[in-house]
Design a protein around this ligand. Sequence first.
Ligand code: F6R
Length: 611
Amino acid sequence: MCGIVAYIGRKPAKHLLLEGLKRLEYRGYDSAGIAILGTTLKVVRTVGRVRALEDQIEKQGEIDGTLGMAHTRWATHGGVTEKNAHPHLDDGKLGHGIALVHNGIIENYAVLKRYLEDKGHVFKSETDTEVLAHLIGELYRGDLERAVQGALREVTGAYAIAVICAKEPDTLVVARKGSPLMVGVGKDEYIVASDSSAIVAHTTQAFTLADYTVAKLTRESFRTTTVDNVPVDAQVKELEFDLEQIDLGTFEHYMLKEIFEQPRSLRVCMQGRIDDRAGQVVLGGVSEFARRLATARRIVFVGQGTALHACMVGTYLMEEMAKIPSDWDFASEFRYRNPIVEEGTVVVAVSQSGETADTLSALMEAKQRGALALGIVNVVGSSIARETDAGVYLRVGPEIGVASTKAFVGQVMVAAMLSLFVGRRRFLSSEFTLAYLKQLKSVPDCIDRVLEQSDHIRSVTAKYIHRENWLFLGRGVNYPVALEGALKLKEISYIHAEGMPAAEMKHGPIALIDHGMPAVFVATRNSQYEKVLSNIQEVRSRGGHVIAVATEGDDHVRSLCEDVFYVPDLPEHLQPLVTVVPLQVLAYHAALMRGKDVDKPRNLAKSVTVE
Ligand code: F6R
């Protein structure tokens, strides 16, 4: 949801900013822009990707300077046009040469715009962001930092911003509230970005800017203050990941890389968290709250999209392992339905990015109502991670592909470990837990076995690639997997796909089935197996073509279906960890066959920081 990068130092800023922008492009890719302050302030903007911006810079001639900023946009206010692309300026006769990039939303922009227009400011874009550039200009009295602080005192909403001023060639001012922003600290240089992927090539020392904090960066030093100019501390820390983790390596796309990384990611996720001798799960992040968790009366998992599907699996796991009543909810719905949070309620926010606005708001609402707030989050130090009382990190490494894959299995794996952690403190024996943990540890090898069938999955996908409507069906703990399979297919190949509980089909959706319509069933051996087989027959007898995800060695399913993807046998509640994998691979191949941009599907952005 928009990526920003800014630089002040002694190196030419252009290359550095463009490289950073490419790393952040997964956050939004409607349009891009750059501003560099050399002898003059130069700004280049374009609709399209960073590559288009590079072409545009080429056409407009060189832009030199060692201070600058760049932006890649996911449109919210104002269409995808060049004039709405960032950076925005306070130009016009009242301008001071202020340029600004912004990630977030200025909610009171309409009021501020009227105020500024009355003062003679003329706006060129339809964005909320331009208002902030003009407001800073309006308050500018020769000190950029003070003008930014003053302007931020007037705005409501969310922002991560970088601001430069043609009159102050040695100053970069950045600030945040609600949207992510990190400051990389190098020798005589600072590189600021929405996340560390744009920083790590230059320095491994960085600090996360806290909410309501403004940082003034010069080439020699920095200072951080509140918007009221009260000094605050910034703790510079070592970044936790390296460049290798964000490089494509030999893979064609991040999504494919991340699908194939799943076994390794899960091994890291489990590392040090399984105590084989005691038959116990060790989760340092929540140990302080072990008692409150063990005595919880209700657990509610909240998230959005793929993370929501992991939430659903989480409820099955928690009820099975810990026997605590558990629900899931769209974070966006939970937040606004006046939720009842009784004593003993635990709310678990599940999020890869840790920045999803809906999930963050739901978490804050739950906290305010007295719930214990836990997080299952991937990005260390993200907003959700910081707002929770306690939590467990996924440790699956950075996820760059817009379609979430390894984060999903990480979320389910952590939900499984958390459920065992709580269950063991309630009634689970060490023998039972040990046996279960053994199965958990076998999951990475199981996923490897599924991935060996990638070519087979591709050829099955090819058979149905011309079909515009697909169904994904599953029961019990595999119902969320059906939803996830449908989501993966639609979001990257733009094929219409619906996921639903297999039994629900005959209550209406069965009318959709016509000759040759692909219906993907998760039909592994478990407590609902026989019922799913009946649902398969219902589709077959109406001419639908069934693709089943089935347990290795199940020849019966093969005789009932057109095509089968086999997965190794696992206890019922762990099956989503393997049954989702062929569906990820199917979606990947479908998108490729349809010539779509797998890693940057249209209209999407990796983290959705608006509600
Ligand atoms: C789908 C996808 C999205 C995210 C959702 C929540 O592939 O990636 O549905 O799962 O936007 O994002 P996080 O997990 O960052 O909160």
